[in-house]
Every structure is written in C-alpha cells, then in structure tokens.
Design a protein around this ligand. Structure first.
Ligand SMILES: *Cc1c(COP(=O)(O)O)cnc(C)c1O
Length: 365
C-alpha cells in the first residue's frame, strides 16, 4: 500500500512555463535543468515533455541521472553539470561534460583518443560562485589549453550566478562582465564558435543582458522564482493526500507529540496521511495550513512521521477519505511552495524536491 501522498504534475503548466521562458529570453535555446529528478517532478516525464516541446538541451548534476534519461529513450543532448567520475559513460551514453579543471579535461581527451572519438565539452569558469569552475585568474590560459587537447571539441562556455533571486543585481552584473571578458579572451585564442550560457531562472526574468547564446533555467520551468513576482509562471506540482479519520475532542485536549497544541474549544481534528517521512517538514508543526473542502485549515500539534493533524472545526463537513491539498489549489484557494518555504525558513526549491520526490506521481495535461 502506498503512503497516500500524490504529486500531481501538470504538463500543460510545464509547457506554459517553457513558452514563457522562451519568449522572455528572446527565443534563445533552452538548456532545461532537470537535476534532482526535475526538482521533484520526475525527470523522465519532465524531460520528455520539454524535449518534445522544443527544449534544446537537458542538464543534470550526475551521470546516474543521465542514465535514467537514456534508459527511457530520451536522446536529447545532456549536459552533466558536476560529475566526471565515470569518464567512459560520457562516450557510451553520448553525454556532454562540463569541465571545471584541466585534470578532468586530460582524462576525457585520453579516452577520446583511445576510442577515436570527438567529445563535445563545455567549460565552466568561476566568476564568483566559489563552487566549481576554472579560477578567474587562469581561466583563459586553462581554457585555451583544454581547447587544444586532442579529441575534445570545445562547444560551450558557462558560468553560474551566485544570486538566485537578484534582489540586488550589482554582483550579478559584475559576474556577467567578468564572464564576457573571459569569453572574449578565449574566443580570440581558439577557433570555435562557443555557446555562452549563464542565465539561471532569476537572470532570465531579471537580467536581460544575461541571455547570451542560451539560457539555463531550472526553478522557473516548475513555476517558481525566488522573487515575489512570478511573471505569469504556473506552478506545475500539486501535492494532495486524504483524511484518514476525524475525531471530536473536548476543550483542553492535547494533540500530538509534546502536547504543543491544546484545544481551546470543542474541536474536530482531522488526521491526515502525510508526515515528515513524506517530505513535509517538521517545522510546519503549528505553523502551516492545508486545504480541505475548499477551506484553509491550520496544522495543529507536531508533524509526525506519517501523520499530520488539522483543526477542521470551522471547515464544514469533513470526513475520512476527503481530499487534502498540501501544495496547490482547491476550490480557488491556493498554497504555494513560496508560502511553505517562508513558513519553514527555506526556499521553494527545497519544498518541491522534498515533497515531490517522496510522493507517488501522476501526470495530467
Ligand atoms: C541548478 C542550476 C541551474 C538552474 O538554476 P535555477 O535557479 O533553478 O534556475 C543552472 N545552472 C547550474 C549550474 C545549476 O546548478
């Protein structure tokens, strides 16, 4: 028996978001980021939908994720953002590495020569994220050296913004300027026509100069931006479950572990099949709402491993089996990942990956 939580993934919202990104970027090629199982939405279905609808590349973090896509018959170009542990898999599965250091480049070159193959690669330069990429000081010299390695075809150059919401653009503008300068130097010294890409979702919507030759959005595909303005994007994920039982409690009755909630009146308490094991953060204890019968009702008491309690006293008739919406809409009411992320002190990315990856998925269009 499955646990009860269902993630309903709306393909038409996904498509709407892709079209919105394409229009906003001036129809630049889209490198669709589907890492972390497409931010909890299911990478195979999401990738298939996006590629069928005109996404130009896919990007994932690890080779294992690309294996899943290939096994499902997805033949699109796939960029591996971080992982270069299994060099031969790049050749076997036709994957494109993002190179962050010379050592890895040499290993790819050796393998390419051994196989008599030419491997397209993208090079990443660190312009202020401080995570991965060739260091700014030596990026030009290193990139030129890598471009000269036998068996490698330098196809793209990328960098990553350290701002995901761009409330303050000054550092992002600095990063973009550095990236352009580094690219110009590399372009002078190499033959190729490099695809430059840097724009994450925030930059697509807030930094028009960052579009360059392709854009690389993740979160916006799924309907969110960290900023308050969502630019007409539509949330793709709905999380729902059901009421397991409804109980009448007298005034003064404690609810759940630690008795952090005590009824102040005669109350009807619904027990819902969803808990922290389903990715519903324990920080939502006494600190979130769900939708039942079109009402917004408060979570009461601590979130349990498999269960959450709601005060449905004011929510009309609620009975076992009724639908409960944790994320998404019900009768015109809406709970967004942004709302949940504020309540738990995190970002929509974490809310989506936590809830989406642990629920049974259903795709609707
Ligand atoms: C995750 C990631 C993205 C997408 O970022 P969003 O903020 O979700 O748009 C783009 N590029 C790299 C290198 C990433 O790791």
């Amino acid at each position: 028996m499955h646990r009860g939580a269902v993630a309903e993934i709306d393909r038409s919202a996904l498509l709407h978001n892709l079209r919105t990104i394409q229009a906003t970027s001036g129809h630049k090629p889209v490198i669709a980021v589907v890492k972390a199982d497409a931010y909890g939405h299911g990478s195979v279905e999401v990738a298939r939908t996006l590629v069928n609808q005109g996404a130009d590349f896919l990007a994932v973090a690890f080779v294992e994720e690309a294996k899943q896509l290939r096994s499902a018959g997805i033949e699109a170009k796939v960029l591996i953002l971080f992982d270069q542990t299994d060099i031969s898999a790049f050749f076997d599965l036709d994957l494109i590495p993002v190179i962050h250091d010379k050592g890895a480049a040499v290993a790819f070159s050796n393998e390419a020569r051994k196989r008599n193959r030419a491997l397209p690669v993208h090079i990443k330069v660190d312009t202020g994220m401080g995570r991965m990429g060739l260091g700014e000081g030596s990026a030009v010299a290193d990139a030129v050296e890598i471009a000269g390695l036998e068996g490698l075809v330098l196809e793209g150059l990328l960098s990553h913004f350290s701002e995901a919401d761009l409330a303050d653009r000054s550092f992002a503008v600095h990063q973009l300027t550095r990236f352009r300068e580094i690219h110009a130097e590399i372009a002078k010294k190499t033959a190729g026509n490099l695809i430059r890409h840097m724009a994450n979702s925030a930059a697509v919507f807030c930094l028009p100069d960052a579009m360059l030759d392709a854009v690389r959005p993740g979160i916006a595909l799924y309907g969110y931006l960290s900023a308050d303005n969502s630019f007409g994007l539509e949330p793709v994920m709905k999380i729902k479950t059901q009421v397991l039982a409804v109980r009448n409690l007298p005034t003064g009755a404690p609810v759940s572990y630690g008795r952090t909630f005590v009824t102040k009146r005669e109350s009807r308490i619904a027990v819902v099949s969803l808990g922290y094991a389903d990715g519903y953060n324990r920080l939502f204890s006494n600190n979130a709402e769900m939708l039942v019968g079109g009402y917004r009702v408060p979570v009461v008491g601590r979130i349990c491993m498999d269960l959450t309690m709601l005060d449905v006293t004011d929510a009309g008739r609620v009975s076992a089996g009724d639908e409960v919406v944790i994320l998404g809409t019900q009768n015109g009411q809406v709970i967004t990942a942004t709302e949940l992320s504020r309540r738990s002190g995190t970002i929509p990315y974490e809310v989506l990956t936590s809830l989406g990856s642990r629920s049974r998925r259903e795709y609707v269009s």
